[in-house]
Design a binder for this molecule. Structure first.
Ligand code: AMP
Length: 282
């Protein structure tokens, strides 16, 4: 049975014992409402490490007041069943007071690569993510930590933070897990009506179409205009961004340079969906 821990000292204690025995630890931070995308991270951690620790914490500091912190889907009982099914060793599920003690006054900020895409659309977002992930890494001190490419900018920002702060952890990216129609799995897909869910797959189709045309040598401008028009026609409104950028520097690109990635975020009704794919090197 998976151990469930809600306080930081008990987490540290358990990890210290494992490490004392020479065993490796993989950490999988999540906000719960788990799906196959999260489980892929747990599977990878189980494969690479002696012990896998999943965390569930819906982090208030990465939501703006107008966003969905209160309504974010939460179902810990179901999450625990899913994690037990994979023989996860430990769940760390602290409450807000455990993570942000009274008087909490510190934040971690990554510059440059947080200015564009989700950072531009949600200015509060990366500060909240990077602060809570730094805390989780320092609380658990794992050998490796696992993050999904579904949130590709987030993955790169977290790699930058761990490198810059000399946190001794190997940050691992895991490819995006998709539904049968290609839509990226996300806890927020639960918000969609049946009709919106069908339309949702268009986001991935548009990304694939852009990738194909860039690989064929077309210029970004025309391809992106067509992509945005397809999204609008399908019912996405507004489009936060649809852009081609370098996957390391996040510089905008006009053509396929071999490390290009296409990034999109758009609303279907109230629900903001994001996705990204690599453009095949030519
Ligand atoms: P979240 O609970 O949405 O904060 O996500 C927790 C972790 O799971 C993050 O590292 C996400 O990038 C990752 N993740 C979410 N959805 C997927 C997916 N469809 N495929 C792979 N990883 C995912």
């Amino acid at each position: 049975m998976m151990k469930i821990i809600r306080d930081i000292p008990s987490l540290r204690d358990q990890v210290r014992r494992w490490r004392h025995d020479g065993e490796t630890v993989g950490l999988i931070p999540t906000m719960g409402s788990l799906h196959e995308g999260h489980l892929a991270l747990v599977r990878q951690a189980k494969q690479d490490c002696d012990h896998a620790i999943a965390t569930i914490f819906v982090n208030p500091t990465q939501f703006a007041p107008s966003e969905d912190f209160d309504t974010y889907p939460r179902d810990e009982t179901r999450d625990i069943d899913m994690l037990n099914g994979l023989e996860t060793d430990l769940l760390f599920s602290p409450n807000v007071d455990e993570m942000y003690a009274k008087g909490f006054s510190t934040s971690v900020a990554v510059s440059n690569i947080t200015q564009c895409l989700c950072g531009a659309a949600r200015p509060h977002f990366f500060g909240g993510v990077v602060t809570v992930v730094s805390k989780l890494l320092l609380q658990a001190l794992p050998d490796r930590a696992y993050f999904g490419e579904k949130d590709f900018q987030q993955l790169q920002v977290i790699k930058r933070m761990a490198r810059d702060l000399d946190i001794p952890v190997d940050i691992q990216g895991v490819p995006t897990i998709r539904e049968a129609d290609g839509m990226a799995m996300s806890s927020r897909n639960k918000y969609l009506s049946a009709n919106q869910r069908k339309i949702g797959a268009t986001l991935y189709q548009v990304l694939q179409d852009i990738a194909t045309r860039l690989t064929a040598g077309e210029h970004a401008d025309a391809v992106l205009l067509d992509g945005a028009a397809t999204l609008k026609a399908a019912g996405f409104d507004p489009i936060d961004y649809l852009e081609i950028r370098d996957s390391e520097t996040f510089e905008p690109l006009e053509t396929n340079n071999g490390t290009a990635r296409i990034f999109a975020a758009a609303f279907l009704g109230e629900t903001r969906l994001i996705d990204n794919i690599a453009v095949r090197a030519v």
